[in-house]
Design a protein around this ligand. Structure first.
Ligand SMILES: [Zn+2]
Ligand SMILES: [Zn+2]
Length: 105
């Protein structure tokens, strides 16, 4: 009779969660130019309601105001790939034109 060997298989799954790539923050400091951004009191949809930095209405600028993101997601107007409202995502919609309302209204 041959001796019976008990094999204990210990399978260790080592999760290599070491791929936290951070976008290289370039030397350019985030310069928030107040002249490019609308004041909080402006009327949404007006000429003054404009984010010159991101070329969208300031009242709809998720990059300046991340708290707006939930509302866009709720209406399915959200591009998860680019973290932008689909209606503002020029990468997905190259023909998209977001036009600033004319002044003097
Ligand atoms: Zn903005
Ligand atoms: Zn997109």
């Amino acid at each position: 009779m041959k001796p019976i060997h008990a094999f204990v298989l210990a399978i260790a799954f080592t999760l290599t969660a070491s791929c936290s790539k951070e976008p290289s923050t370039e030397a350019t400091a985030v310069r928030a130019d107040p002249s490019q951004h609308a004041a909080a009191a402006v009327k949404p949809g007006s000429h003054e309601d404009w984010c010159g930095e991101h070329e969208v209405p300031e009242s709809m600028c998720t990059r300046c105001n991340p708290s707006l993101i939930a509302a866009f997601k709720a209406t399915n107007d959200w591009c998860a790939e680019h973290s932008l409202p689909e209606s503002q995502c020029l990468k997905c919609n190259p023909d998209l034109k977001i036009v600033r309302p004319p002044a003097g209204q």
